[in-house]
Design a protein around this ligand. Structure first.
Ligand code: F6R
Length: 256
């Protein structure tokens, strides 16, 4: 289901409120988290909500989608560092509650298996937050990743490394590999929010809207999920068909 919000702030407010309500109703929630620019307003809203209406988060468990291979957790571009800087340090969460793949490890395959097992041990992911790459990736599942993939080592495409080079000094510094949850695990989450914001995501949003379910566009797997919510801001939705935008402007949700 696609929903359009006037801007990313309105989207972040709504989504964080929905997450917060779920947390209040189900304290023992297992929450799948993403990094990236798209998540920043959402995490800021969550932090603000917790400041004004603190919840008991002691039973919450979080699992991040991915991490670059080769970066230590204190590397400023690592996803471990991102999560600490933008969310975890503001919330009363212990290190036992928050899980991320580790970029420096000797046996990556064993780590993938252990990560899968940890998620299985809590009964899978209840709510998964996702952003999308300009090539349609979710997590680091690049185009043509099999839909039945599980946590694995992903080889990043040139496009993804180019997109993500904005966080590094130059593109050569962007790692070539990452650990990512697989598409099978992501799509087994009980509820999924895919968040797409900004004009630079307008082309991929329109492609996703029009697309069949196909491994060439990894995010299209969500179209067969019974509880997936695709939240766009107006800029990201600007290349959707005009009649669709008109309906969305009238605040109607579109099933697609
Ligand atoms: C990050 C992740 C990626 C990003 C995507 C969008 O943990 O899994 O799939 O969500 O690359 O990144 P931004 O939000 O920076 O455009």
């Amino acid at each position: 289901m696609f929903t359009i919000f006037p801007d990313e702030q309105a989207l972040a407010k709504q989504l964080s409120q929905e997450l917060y309500t779920s947390l209040a109703q189900q304290p023992k929630l297992s929450l799948g988290l993403a990094t990236g620019s798209t998540m920043l307003p959402i995490y800021q809203e969550l932090i603000q909500l917790h400041r004004t209406q603190p919840l008991d988060l002691t039973q919450l468990t979080t699992f991040n989608l991915d991490e670059y291979l080769g970066l230590s957790p204190d590397h400023p571009q690592s996803y471990n560092y991102f999560m600490h800087q933008h969310l975890f340090k503001y919330l009363p969460l212990t290190t036992e509650q928050t899980h991320l793949p580790q970029g420096l490890c000797t046996d990556v395959e064993a780590q993938c298996a252990a990560y899968r097992a940890k998620i299985a041990a809590v009964g899978g992911i209840d709510i998964q937050l996702l952003g999308i790459g300009s090539n349609g990736h979710i997590g680091f599942n690049e185009p043509l990743t099999p839909f039945d993939s599980i946590t694995h080592i992903a080889h990043l495409t040139a496009k993804t490394r180019q997109d993500n080079s904005r966080f590094f000094t130059n593109q050569a510094e962007v790692p070539t590999r990452a650990i990512t949850l697989g598409l099978s695990e992501i799509s087994q989450a009980k509820k999924v929010y895919l968040v797409i914001t900004g004009q630079h995501k307008a082309t991929i949003s329109a492609k996703l809207f029009a697309s069949q379910v196909t491994e060439t566009l990894p995010a299209s797997i969500l179209k067969q999920h019974s509880n997936a919510h695709i939240y766009l801001d107006a800029a990201a939705a600007s290349q959707l068909p005009e009649e669709v935008q008109a309906q969305l402007l009238a605040s109607k949700k579109i099933l697609c």
